[in-house]
Design a protein around this ligand. Structure first.
Ligand code: F6R
Length: 366
C-alpha cells in the first residue's frame, strides 16, 4: 500500500507531479486558453462583486492560504485576508453578504475551520470550500467549492495536499483575473503554459533527494532551525519550519527574510542552520544581502535557489536547485526540497514519520 516507499509521507511527496496533474484535469485547458471551474463559473457574480476574500484555514492549509493571498492580490487585484480559523471565529469578525470566504482544508473535517464557515454563513457571506476529501463536512457545508483531487493523504504531515491546494487557488486566481480583466490574454496564456509545465518541474525538483539526504545527515542533530523567505516564498518558509517541527521534533521557525533583523538575527551562531529560499525574481538581491548577514554571524546556510544560480552558491554552505518558473509558481517547487529535508531528518532520528506524537490527521476537536 506504500507502493514500495518506506513511509506514506515519502510516497505522497513523490506523488506530487501526478497529484498536481489530477488537480488540472478538466480545468486547465491550455489549447483553448481557458480555465474551467464549475464552482467558480456558477458563482462568478459573487466573486466579481466581492469587496474582499477572507481565507480561513489551519496549519498547512493556512500556509496555502497565505500563498493565495499573494496570487489573488497580484493577479486578480482582490484584497485578501488570511485568518487562522480558530482566531477568526472567536473575535466577533466583521463579515457581510459582500464577502467571499474561502475555507481550505485537506480533511474537510477540521473543527475550527468548520465552525468558522458556519459563522460566516450565518452573516450572509458566500462560502467556497477547497477540500481534498470528497463529501467531507466542510465540502458539504460550503455553498460551492473545488476539490483538490490529490488522492488520499495518509501521512499526518501534509505534503501533496499543500501543493494541490496552491494549484487550485492559482487556477481560481487566474480565472478571476481573466474575468476582471486584470491580466491580459497573452499573460493569461503564458501563465497557463507555465502552470502546465509544473508537474515535470516538480519531478525535476524531486531529483535533489540524494543531496538533501546528505544535508539532512549533516544537520540532523541541530536543535534549532530558521527558515527564511520573502514574497511568495515567505509562506513556504513557514511551511518548511512546520514540517520539520511536526515530524522531527526539532524546533524551527519560519520568518519573512527581512524581519530577521528585527529579532531572530540574535539567535544566529555557528550552530544555527538557516534555510533560505532565494529563487530568482523574488526580491533576489535583497535575499542575497540577508544571506550575507547570516554568513557574517557564522550561521550555516542552506539555500534553495533557481537552477544555474551563482551569487548564493558563493555564499551558502549548500544549495539545492529547483527549475526556473514564474515567480507566482515558485512555491510549488521550493516546497519540495523542504518536505524532503524534514522527512530525511525525521527518519535519521528514528521518529515515527507517518504518525508523529501528539498529532492526528484530522483535528475534530476545537
Ligand atoms: C501539517 C498538518 C496540519 C493540518 C491542519 C489542517 O502537516 O497536517 O497542520 O494542515 O490540521 O488540516 P486540514 O487541512 O485537514 O483542515
Amino acid at each position: 500500500e506504500k507502493g514500495g516507499y518506506d513511509h506514506f509521507m515519502l510516497k505522497e511527496i513523490y506523488e506530487q507531479p501526478s497529484a498536481i496533474l489530477d488537480t488540472f484535469r478538466g480545468r486547465l485547458l491550455s489549447n483553448e486558453a481557458i480555465i474551467k471551474m464549475v464552482g467558480v463559473e456558477d458563482n462568478m457574480k459573487k466573486f466579481l462583486a466581492a469587496d474582499r476574500i477572507i481565507v480561513v484555514a489551519c496549519g498547512t492549509s493556512w500556509h496555502a492560504g497565505l500563498v493565495s493571498e499573494y496570487i489573488f492580490e497580484d493577479l486578480a487585484r482582490i484584497p485578501v485576508e488570511v485568518e487562522y480559523a480558530s482566531e477568526f471565529r472567536y473575535r466577533n469578525p466583521v463579515i457581510t453578504e459582500k464577502d467571499v470566504v474561502i475555507a481550505i482544508s485537506q480533511s474537510g473535517e477540521t473543527a475550527d475551520t468548520l465552525a468558522a464557515i458556519k459563522l460566516a454563513k450565518s452573516k450572509g457571506a458566500f462560502v467556497f470550500g477547497v477540500c481534498n476529501v470528497v463529501g467531507s463536512s466542510i465540502a458539504r457545508e460550503s455553498d460551492a467549492g473545488a476539490y483538490t483531487h490529490a488522492g488520499p493523504e495518509i501521512g499526518v504531515a501534509s505534503t501533496k495536499a499543500f501543493t494541490t491546494q496552491i494549484t487550485v487557488l492559482t487556477l481560481m486566481a487566474l480565472r478571476l483575473a481573466r474575468a476582471k480583466g486584470t491580466i491580459s490574454s497573452s499573460e493569461f496564456r503564458h501563465h497557463l503554459i507555465e502552470l502546465e509545465m509544473i508537474p515535470a518541474k516538480v519531478e525535476e525538483a524531486l531529483k535533489s533527494d540524494g543531496y538533501v539526504q546528505t544535508i539532512a545527515d549533516i544537520y540532523k542533530d541541530a536543535t534549532n532551525f530558521l527558515y527564511l523567505g520573502r514574497g511568495y516564498n515567505f509562506p513556504v518558509a513557514l511551511e518548511g519550519a512546520l514540517k520539520l517541527k511536526e515530524i522531527s521534533y526539532i524546533h524551527a521557525e519560519g520568518y519573512p527574510a527581512a524581519e530577521m533583523k528585527h529579532g531572530p538575527i540574535a539567535l544566529i551562531d555557528e550552530q544555527m542552520p538557516v534555510v533560505v529560499i532565494a529563487t530568482k525574481k523574488g526580491h533576489y538581491e535583497k535575499v542575497v544581502s540577508n544571506i550575507q548577514e547570516i554568513k557574517s554571524r557564522k550561521g550555516k546556510i542552506i539555500g534553495i535557489v533557481t537552477k544555474g544560480d551563482k551569487s548564493v552558491k558563493e555564499l551558502a554552505d549548500h544549495v539545492i536547485e529547483v527549475p526556473e518558473t514564474l515567480e507566482c509558481l515558485t512555491p510549488l517547487l521550493t516546497t519540495i526540497p523542504l518536505q524532503l529535508l524534514s522527512y530525511h531528518i525525521a527518519v535519521m532520528l528514528d521518529k515515527n514519520v507517518d504518525q508523529p506524537r501528539n498529532l492526528a490527521k484530522s483535528v475534530t476537536v476545537e
